[in-house]
Design a protein around this ligand. Structure first.
Ligand SMILES: Nc1nc2c(ncn2[C@@H]2O[C@H](COP(=O)(O)OP(=O)(O)OP(=O)(O)O)[C@@H](O)[C@H]2O)c(=O)[nH]1
Length: 282
């Protein structure tokens, strides 16, 4: 069982052994995965960039009230893992050992399918959701009753990004994009959703937030972006944002247009700021 901050507050001995915990440590989910990895225990993770995989997986965690999937461990065993989250963010995971139940071929096929689904919604460079992934999430929210509780949508665009590419090269530009995503993930709440909309543009969905709440969160994010060290020097960067709020009967396209208009206003007004959409017809 994990609390609302995703810190383990109870785990039986079998669970602890699977993840390489030795005592009664009450670690966060992220620390748990790191500990397991360092001991060659826990879930088998196939990735060249473990930290990015971890950030990406963490950003998806808890977004659905219930999830069930087969997962293989580094020691060759298979678990049937379920995750149940309540509205406050507390969760319970159950993971019976199913190693002896079915042939491995089927499992591997299903694992391949899960990996393919995840890959199709993940941005390869930064590890956050890609355009398809974030638009699916936005569509779900617009269509669901949760939308009635309200949410804000922000379209973020890194300012003068072309200059970074032109001055330091395209790989440096890529590093800035990854740096920005890491920073955003470290500052948004676990229920917020982040995806790369294209190029140097990102969408953030803030469930339960007004436009002004979103402005406040984004200003904190802006003020805490550290400069990034690149070959050739330290680079500081900033972003502009256009913010809109869901209105009943509004479509995804209408919301995106409103956010885009507000972003345009933020750029026109000098960049490095957030603008809230004006209620113009879309
Ligand atoms: N390194 C890198 N650059 C990218 C990527 N995708 C888009 N770009 C670059 O992003 C730049 C966007 O430039 P512009 O649209 O002119 O925007 P800008 O320079 O940020 O200017 P403003 O948005 O007006 O502040 C272009 O140079 C693209 O080549 C990427 O994946 N990696």
């Amino acid at each position: 069982m994990y609390d609302q901050d995703d810190v383990l507050c109870f785990a039986n001995l079998a669970f602890r052994q699977v993840f390489g915990l030795t005592g009664d440590e009450l670690v966060s989910w992220t620390e748990l995965v790191r500990i397991a990895r360092s001991k060659g225990a826990g879930t088998h993770v196939q990735t060249e960039n473990f930290e990015q995989w971890l950030m990406s997986t963490k950003s998806r965690r808890g977004k659905q009230p219930f999830r069930a999937f087969e997962t293989n461990l580094n020691d060759g065993r298979w678990l049937w893992m379920t995750e149940t989250f309540d509205a406050e963010g507390w969760s319970i995971s159950m993971a019976p050992d199913i190693s002896r139940l079915q042939a491995n071929d089927h499992r591997l096929m299903r694992l391949d399918r899960d990996i393919a689904i995840r890959t199709s919604t993940t941005d390869e460079l930064t590890g956050c959701m890609n355009r398809r992934g974030i638009l699916v999430e936005l569509g779900k929210l617009v269509a669901s009753s949760q939308a009635e509780a309200g949410f804000a949508l922000a379209l973020l665009d890194i300012d003068y990004f072309k200059q970074v590419n032109d001055t330091y090269g395209h790989p440096a530009g890529d590093a800035v994009l990854c740096h920005f995503v890491e920073h955003l993930h470290s500052r948004i709440r676990s229920k917020d959703l982040l995806g790369r909309y294209g190029g140097e543009e990102f969408l953030v969905i803030f469930p339960g937030c007004s436009n002004l709440d979103a402005v406040t969160i984004l200003e904190t994010i802006r003020q805490t972006i550290a400069p990034i060290s690149l070959e050739g020097g330290e680079v500081s960067y900033n972003f502009s944002a256009g913010i809109t709020n869901f209105k009943i009967n509004e479509t995804v396209d209408q919301m995106l247009k409103q956010a885009d208009r507000a972003l345009y206003a933020a750029k026109q007004e000098g960049r490095g700021r957030s603008c809230i959409t004006k209620q113009t017809p879309s």
